[in-house]
Design a protein around this ligand. Structure first.
Ligand code: 5CU
Length: 389
């Protein structure tokens, strides 16, 4: 009998529902949506690194000159349209997508509006998932600018009403002071009790000053700023003892954990050689859980790293072999990183960014191997309970 095919599951795939785009269109500071006469699509401006270009374009007549590079990215249908998402999935043989609101989520909302907007945005995702049974699930967004009690109540009372919710998406700012903030512990505990993994995603990057004065487009903030942000956030959680305090917490780290697989050894060594931690290290002895233990027990990594070299490091850091491969999950980062400069309509065909990630899985684990199938979908089905009601 033929082997039943494991579905391909994309766990890193974003959308902005229409009400979110309306909010951005009325804003004066990032995140915002702006139209420019020289661009057929409105521009979506999200990142601090895009502010200098935004100021240049809005402060002078340059934006209308032919050939001018406009700030941000074109806001195409790929960011907002459900039918476009399904068509993207079909083009790339993706059976199931676990959708999430893209950055910066609800991080910027006034406290008094956050809960009602969070209800409405998550309800939009629930409706989209309901319209395509078996094909779509989602990571919910939390009203993080609300008082903690309201967030906890959102987790325990609102989220269970969303049948297709399989976790939450979270940025690195948490309640405003990062994820090592002790005030985050009740939230992490509530998520662990609800069996909802946290998909951790960067947005804030590194300060513009570290990237110098020359304009290298989005390369440095996205290739380096995003992964460092994730690495620092998780290292802070580890050093603060969050993983020990909430052993049921499960994190899925975007972009294969930033640079964590590569730097875990250095984090561990710096800790062992730091006077601040020496006493605790001695006292805990063999009971101390290392960064490596946390990676193997409480962390999953997406496979959005675009090369088998990074992917192999991620698998090794997650335990290696089959154990390590069981902790990685395929993703596309759609609608970011579309093909550029091709013929009109190229965005509706195959995306090189998707192929790079799928090829990396085949190269790292063997095309068609059991481990490759686990990463391409089997792990997501198991970890995110995709076929359960
Ligand atoms: O291209 C970008 O700026 C991004 C972004 O903002 N968020 C994301 O998930 N990927 C790429």
């Amino acid at each position: 009998t033929p082997k039943p095919q494991t579905p391909v599951v994309d766990i890193h795939t974003h959308m902005y529902p229409p009400e979110y785009i309306s909010m951005l269109s009325s804003r004066a500071s990032i995140p915002l949506v702006r139209t420019f006469p020289s661009s057929p699509d409105p521009r979506l401006v999200l990142l601090e690194a895009e502010v200098p270009a935004l100021e240049k374009a809005t402060g002078s007549g340059d934006a209308n000159a032919p050939g001018t590079i406009l700030p941000g990215r074109p806001l195409t249908r790929h960011f907002t349209s459900l039918s476009q998402k399904i068509s993207f999935m079909d083009t790339h043989n993706i059976s199931i997508s676990v959708l999430s609101l893209a950055n910066p989520w609800l991080d910027f909302l006034p406290a008094n509006e956050a809960v009602s907007i969070a209800r409405s945005i998550n309800a939009s995702f629930e409706e989209m998932c309901g319209a395509h049974p078996g094909r779509l699930y989602f990571f919910a967004s939390l009203p993080l600018t609300s008082p903690l009690e309201a967030i906890l109540s959102f987790i325990t009372t609102a989220l269970p009403s969303f049948r297709h919710c399989r976790g939450i998406i979270l940025g690195t700012s948490g309640l405003g002071s990062g994820l090592d903030d002790p005030a985050m512990l009740p939230m992490f505990a509530a998520l662990a009790d609800a069996n909802l993994p946290v998909f951790l995603h960067p947005h804030y990057g590194l300060p513009n000053s570290v990237f110098g004065k020359a304009d290298y487009g989005h390369v440095l903030p996205l290739a380096l700023g995003f992964p460092m942000e994730t690495t620092i956030a998780v290292a802070r959680m580890y050093l603060a003892g969050v993983f020990d305090a909430v052993p049921g917490l499960r994190m899925i780290l975007a972009h294969s954990g930033g640079t964590l697989p590569f730097l875990a050894g250095r984090i561990e060594s710096c800790l062992l050689h730091d006077a601040k931690f020496a006493g605790a290290v001695r006292e805990q002895g063999d009971r101390r859980r290392t960064v490596w233990d946390v990676l193997r027990e409480q962390v999953y990594l997406d496979a959005v790293v675009y090369s088998e070299v990074g992917l192999k490091a991620a698998i090794e850091a997650s335990g290696g072999g089959k154990e390590g491969a069981a902790r990685l999950m395929f993703g596309t980062d759609h609608p970011f990183f579309p093909p550029l400069g091709g013929p009109k309509g190229a965005e509706d065909g195959e995306w090189e960014s998707v192929r790079l990630n799928a090829d990396a899985v085949g190269r790292a684990l063997g095309e068609g191997s059991e481990e490759a199938e686990m990463v391409m979908g089997g792990n997501a089905v198991r970890v995110l309970r995709l076929y359960e009601e």
